[in-house]
Write a protein that binds this ligand. Structure first.
Ligand SMILES: [Zn+2]
Length: 262
């Protein structure tokens, strides 16, 4: 089986199609999906999906591009919802994310992004959840803040840096996650990272509806296509597809605390 560790089932491209998208994913062995929140409203929608579909899990977070929407009361809402899951003895929220810094789009001022990022990192530590990090043209600041906050469970989602940065991430036993961008032929720096990544430190994801793998380019992306990411990872790493499926699933299940399914 495979896990799509990062998709956005709430985005409007998927409106009214979530059931069929989950079915198509199941058909190719993608049995668990982590649907990632980008602001408070979206996080609550993801939680609803997680409650409705067995293989779907939610994250809570405010994306750096949504940092201007931040209100301090958000963390109380997060906490209340996470507690409800604990009370029901189910893990309804599996990570805090996606959070981070985006100096490429710069949709909120730097200082605001940093403030919102830090608050959510501190919250993640308090509730003992891993963090899903979005970093775009901001690696140095993101990395420094994660170290200052002494974060333990971290994934750099859609890793897009080179070997030097990847090695710093791995040295802290943080994870790098690969999307359809690794399937692009010209992405040689990323191919090198995918090849060198330690077995225990990677996941696979689609970031759908964005970042469609090479094979389906021009179409909307969806969780079933994480299989294309797995195939290319196997090729680059000189491993069998089964090995990549097994390892990436094991890594993701232990990071997010997902139930084992056969
Ligand atoms: Zn995303």
């Amino acid at each position: 089986m495979l896990i799509d560790t990062h998709c956005h089932l709430t985005f409007k491209d998927f409106d009214g199609k979530v059931s069929e998208i989950i079915e198509r994913a199941e058909k190719v062995g993608v049995l668990q999906l982590v649907s990632v929140g980008v602001n408070l409203e979206d996080s609550l929608k993801n939680l609803k999906l997680a409650e409705r579909f067995e293989g779907v899990f939610a994250t809570f977070g405010v994306h750096p591009s949504d940092a201007s929407t931040w209100e301090d009361g958000f963390l109380d809402v997060f906490l209340e919802k996470i507690r409800e899951g604990w009370d029901k003895r189910e893990k309804n929220v599996v990570a805090i994310g996606e959070i981070g810094l985006d100096y490429y789009h710069m949709r909120a001022p730097k200082e605001k992004q940093i403030e919102v990022f830090r608050k959510q990192l501190q919250f993640a530590k308090k509730v003992q959840l891993p963090v899903v990090v979005h970093s775009r043209d901001a690696f140095e600041d993101v990395f420094a803040i994660l170290e200052e906050e002494a974060m333990e469970s971290v994934v750099f989602h859609c890793f897009a840096e080179g070997r030097k940065e990847a090695e710093k991430v791995w040295a802290n036993e943080w994870h790098t996650s690969f999307t359809g961008t690794v399937t692009f032929e010209k992405n040689e720096d990323l191919h090198e990272v995918a090849m060198l990544c330690p077995d225990e430190l990677y996941f696979l994801e689609t970031d759908s509806p964005f970042l469609t793998p090479q094979k389906y380019r021009g179409q909307r992306n969806e969780p079933a296509y994480v299989i294309e990411v797995a195939k290319v990872m196997a090729e680059l790493r000189g491993q069998s597809l089964e090995q990549v499926e097994w390892q990436s699933t094991k890594n993701a299940q232990s990071f997010f605390g997902l139930p084992r399914v056969e």
